[in-house]
Design a protein around this ligand. Structure first.
Ligand code: ZN
Length: 304
């Protein structure tokens, strides 16, 4: 449900106060020296709203320092509204739809959506999926290649997405230029716990990699789904791919190679938070965006 009447989506001050309460539950944290609850709110006539001065290091700061909101001309309440609309929609919502709903230019919304997706990208230092008595399914799929949406009727090159899904757990997706034992091996080894059971299709890529796990089951994709065994299947990762494709083709029509990893990041995030309510997912995504301030800044610098 998308309820945009909440004041935090309408009013910039309300949005800032809400964000402060979320990220500073114990009082303002100085981003310069790390001191907690030792800052004074500046109240001058010409002072920016929400500007604090640290009593320890004397540096000024606001709640958005170092976040993707920091240098944005778009008001904070708009960022929150766009994030909310993206997070409340399981299938994904296009920038065009969002721009109609909140009355902002399409280009601005498109830009915000991409920045938000980027900030949802899973950090590489996560603990591995699976473990003892756990099953992780791995599979690859191809996105794109449909000619009908392209002006010159030439099919777009297909792009490979490789996903790992722990049954009843999280998903992690990777956008690959090439699918081979060389590209898949390191991803599988570093993202799946060795004690797991690994389920893959019967591609010759997997047997050698599979030896590193407590068990390796292979499935023939062309086999009738209903004929598959209760345990030996890759239905979970295939289900994830059908959601991803529905989001990409049904909502976004065309996803260029440069942006595919952002769409998979959004779908991964939604899958991994599927047991949350829409509101909880929105709140968690905001905490993630703001909590990743230093990582984000580093990524940003690497690109420019
Ligand atoms: Zn300080």
């Amino acid at each position: 449900m998308s309820n945009l009447s909440n004041p935090i989506f309408q009013d910039e001050t309300k949005a800032r106060e809400w964000l402060e309460a979320r990220v500073w539950p114990n009082g303002p944290v100085c981003p310069h020296c790390g001191v907690v609850d030792q800052a004074t709110l500046m109240n001058g006539e010409t002072t920016r709203a929400g500007l604090y001065q640290c009593n320890a290091c004397r540096e000024p700061f606001t709640v958005t320092v170092g976040t993707l909101y920091e240098r944005s001309k778009v008001p904070l309440n708009t960022w929150l509204a766009v994030t909310h609309l993206m997070m409340a929609s399981k299938k994904g919502m296009s920038a065009l739809q969002i721009s109609r709903m909140i009355g902002l230019p399409y280009k601005t919304v498109w830009f915000l959506c991409h920045r938000i997706r980027e900030s949802l990208t899973t950090t590489p230092d996560l603990s591995p999926l699976g473990g003892q008595n756990k099953v992780v399914e791995a599979d690859e799929t191809y996105i794109g290649g449909k000619a009908k949406n392209r002006a010159h009727r030439k099919p777009a090159p297909k792009q490979a997405v490789f996903s790992l899904v722990e049954r009843d757990g999280d998903v992690r997706s990777f956008h690959l230029a090439q699918v081979s034992a060389k590209t898949l091996g390191p991803i599988i080894t570093s993202n799946i716990h060795k004690a797991s059971a690994l389920m893959t299709d019967d591609s010759p890529i997997y047997p050698k990699i599979g030896e590193g796990f407590s068990l390796h089951g292979t499935v023939n994709h062309s086999a009738n789904e209903y004929a598959r065994a209760y345990f030996w299947h890759t239905n979970t990762v295939e289900g994830y791919f059908s959601l991803l494709k529905r989001a990409v083709f049904g909502t976004f029509h065309h996803v260029s190679e440069a942006h595919l990893h952002r769409y998979t990041a959004e779908q991964d995030y939604k899958w991994n938070t599927r047991k949350m309510t829409d509101l909880a997912r929105f709140e968690a995504s905001i905490s993630g965006i703001v909590g990743k301030r230093l990582t984000y800044r580093r990524t940003n610098e690497a690109q420019t």
